[in-house]
Design a protein around this ligand. Structure first.
Ligand SMILES: CC(C)(COP(=O)(O)OP(=O)(O)OC[C@H]1O[C@@H](n2cnc3c(N)ncnc32)[C@H](O)[C@@H]1OP(=O)(O)O)[C@@H](O)C(=O)NCCC(=O)NCCS
Length: 273
């Protein structure tokens, strides 16, 4: 594994793999901004092989795996090197249309990976300004002073292997961009909605209400305020665990529908070396 210090190195390796590849396959949909941020914080490593390049992103005490392979067979043949050269726990999100995900996921089993969770994407097409919420709903953008509590809530409510929980620096940046809405009760953060806006697409990253505050309208106020302020977004997307019936029913209530896009989260538990 070599540290990646340059986005051009990544782009060049990907182009080499793509050249003449009839069945190119990848689980990485990287924007230049995201790639730049990972390189800037020295968390990205590369493993270039023949017919396949692996990128590994350090997160807490494990790595996320991204592959770019000329074909599923090339991916399969490269897995022993991954097994040999990358110790510890590795998590791989196989993302794409359901049929493609179902074809690739089993191959990872040959590298010692097992299924951890299934997610799918939901979308809401915006047909105008969202429903306005009540002015006294108590929804406000999170401030710097709320950052620690937001980090704590996300870390206790979500699984870092499956839900890619942001680091404190990312939370600070999201607060700076007013991308985290909160509701406070008795001085503590009772609920939050963390979103992103990129071009015409808005993404709900996390929607959470503390167990003691559920069923009281806080979740709806957060969602309605978010939808009302989505501005020019033409669609809102989110990933949800296929087993999270509670959230799925509520997303449907707000007009979200399922898409044919799946994310199969696989894990290879450490320690190998
Ligand atoms: C998802 C979550 C934020 C919802 O909060 P909540 O307080 O339980 O939500 P509510 O009960 O207030 O329901 C919100 C809305 O959905 C509606 N709703 C509730 N149950 C429903 C059901 N079974 N079917 C359809 N609509 C439903 C409610 O009526 C309400 O809408 P309204 O204000 O128009 O009446 C909360 O359960 C949570 O934090 N869960 C854990 C984290 C999580 O799974 N987050 C989502 C994935 S990121």
């Amino acid at each position: 594994m070599i540290p990646v210090a340059d986005a051009a190195w990544v782009e060049q390796r990907i182009q080499e793999i793509k050249l003449g590849a009839a069945q190119f396959t990848t689980n990485a949909f990287l924007t230049p901004a995201k790639l730049g941020a990972w390189i800037g914080s020295a968390e990205l490593f590369g493993l270039p092989l023949s017919g396949c390049v692996f990128l590994l992103r350090k997160d807490r005490d494990f790595h996320h795996l991204y592959y770019f392979a000329a074909s599923p067979t090339d991916l399969l043949h490269s897995l022993p090197v991954l097994d040999r050269d990358v110790p510890g726990t590795v998590v791989c999100d196989v993302v794409g249309k359901r049929a493609d995900v179902d074809a690739v996921s089993p191959l990872l089993g040959n590298g010692g990976f097992r299924k951890l969770a299934s997610l799918y994407r939901m979308v809401k097409i915006m047909s105008g300004p969202g429903e306005p919420d009540a002015a006294d709903s108590g929804v406000v953008p999170a401030e710097n002073a709320d950052a620690q509590e937001v980090v704590h809530l996300l870390n206790t409510a979500f699984d870092p292997y499956v839900e890619q929980i942001p680091h404190p620096a990312e939370i600070a940046a999201a607060i700076g961009n007013r991308n985290i809405l909160i509701v406070k009760r008795g001085g503590e953060v009772a609920g939050l909605l963390h979103f992103e806006l990129a071009g015409l697409t808005a993404t709900v990253r996390y929607w959470f209400v503390g167990p003691a505050y559920r069923g009281q309208g806080i979740a709806s106020s957060l969602m309605r305020r978010f939808l009302a302020q989505c501005g020019k977004a033409k669609r809102v997307v989110l990933w949800v665990r296929a087993a999270n019936d509670n959230a799925i029913a509520r997303y449907r209530h707000f007009g979200f529908v399922s898409e044919d896009l799946a994310d199969e989260v696989l894990i290879r538990q450490g320690s190998r070396k």
